[in-house]
Design a protein around this ligand. Structure first.
Ligand SMILES: *[C@@H]1O[C@H](CO)[C@@H](O)[C@H](O)[C@H]1NC(C)=O
Ligand SMILES: *[C@@H]1O[C@H](CO)[C@@H](O)[C@H](O)[C@H]1NC(C)=O
Ligand SMILES: *[C@@H]1O[C@H](CO)[C@@H](O)[C@H](O)[C@H]1NC(C)=O
Ligand SMILES: *[C@@H]1O[C@H](CO)[C@@H](O)[C@H](O)[C@H]1NC(C)=O
Length: 246
């Protein structure tokens, strides 16, 4: 009687182990649907979509990424895929360096988009265990978001004024035809209030009235002049110590 019980438990244990095993082995899970975000980093010709490679163990995945006009089902374009870690283009390096985490970003570049036209992007992850498709739609004008301005620098002008200067994002390649405007923000260190200034069309601003002998943080963002889309992310903060009173 005791022996029977022992055998039963053993069989039960084996069954449980194998049952759990097939679920816990994540390699048998089909790839999750990619979360695709699209952005126009330089109007009108620099639109890209990106998504992160799933973390953890999933079945080996490759991607098929296509786009078409919403009202033109017959013409399907492939977008140019850039795998994580590749720096084959200025756009990809600027975008991947701005992601702070270690997530691996796939990128695809969409060429020859028409203006004021609805597009549908299809990113399909393909694995031996199944495929999953994510559809995203946009009109370029709605997803304009430049990269942040670069080379922000602050210098001491005359009469305790500060001169704040920066350069446009290098990925915004059509500055002549589609100018940018800028917003500036600054904050005294250890003070909760932020001062917002702008928009400015120039890349130099002179500020007066800052407290002497204090540290301030400055940041700037860039936006398409007529207001398409949104302002870029804020540039990295630059800290400045104002001159003391004499
Ligand atoms: C903007 O900031 C967000 C959140 O910090 C980040 O996920 C994204 O990659 C940044 N984008 C660019 C273009 O720098
Ligand atoms: C954008 O690309 C199109 C071709 O797709 C080209 O005709 C046009 O000149 C480009 N525009 C700019 C401002 O570079
Ligand atoms: C998305 O792309 C995949 C792979 O090319 C294709 O099999 C699928 O039919 C497409 N889905 C739609 C809704 O276009
Ligand atoms: C996944 O996509 C590939 C390539 O388009 C195709 O050959 C395969 O049959 C698809 N698998 C499933 C499960 O839909």
């Amino acid at each position: 009687m005791g022996g029977q019980c022992y055998v039963l438990l053993l069989a039960c244990g084996t069954f449980l182990a194998s049952g759990f095993g097939s679920h816990a082995s994540s390699a048998s899970v089909p790839p999750p649907r990619p979360e695709v975000r699209c952005r126009c980093a330089g109007y009108p010709n620099q639109t890209l979509c990106l998504w992160s490679e799933p973390s953890g163990e999933t079945a080996p995945t490759s991607y098929i990424a296509t786009y078409r006009e919403r009202n033109e089902r017959s013409v399907i374009n492939h977008c140019r895929l850039v795998p994580p870690g590749s720096s084959s283009s200025a756009l990809s390096s600027s975008s991947s360096s701005s992601s702070s985490s270690s997530e691996k970003l796939w990128l695809c570049l969409l060429d020859h988009l028409k203006l004021y036209t609805d597009y549908v992007v299809n990113v399909t992850s393909v694995s031996p265990l199944g495929n999953s498709t994510q559809l995203t739609s946009f009109m370029v004008e709605d997803i304009v978001k430049p990269d942040p301005p670069v080379e922000l620098r602050v210098s001491q002008g005359s009469l305790r004024r500060l001169v704040v200067e920066w350069s446009p994002p290098p990925t915004w390649s059509n500055l002549e035809v589609f100018p940018l405007k800028y917003r500036l923000r600054y904050q005294r260190l250890q003070s909760p209030s932020t001062h917002n200034l702008g928009p400015y069309e120039s890349t130099t601003v002179t500020l007066a009235g800052l407290a002497p002998g204090r540290s301030y943080l400055f940041q700037v963002c860039a936006m398409e002049l007529l207001g398409l889309g949104e302002c870029s992310n804020w540039s990295l903060p630059v800290e400045v110590f104002t001159a003391r009173k004499h």
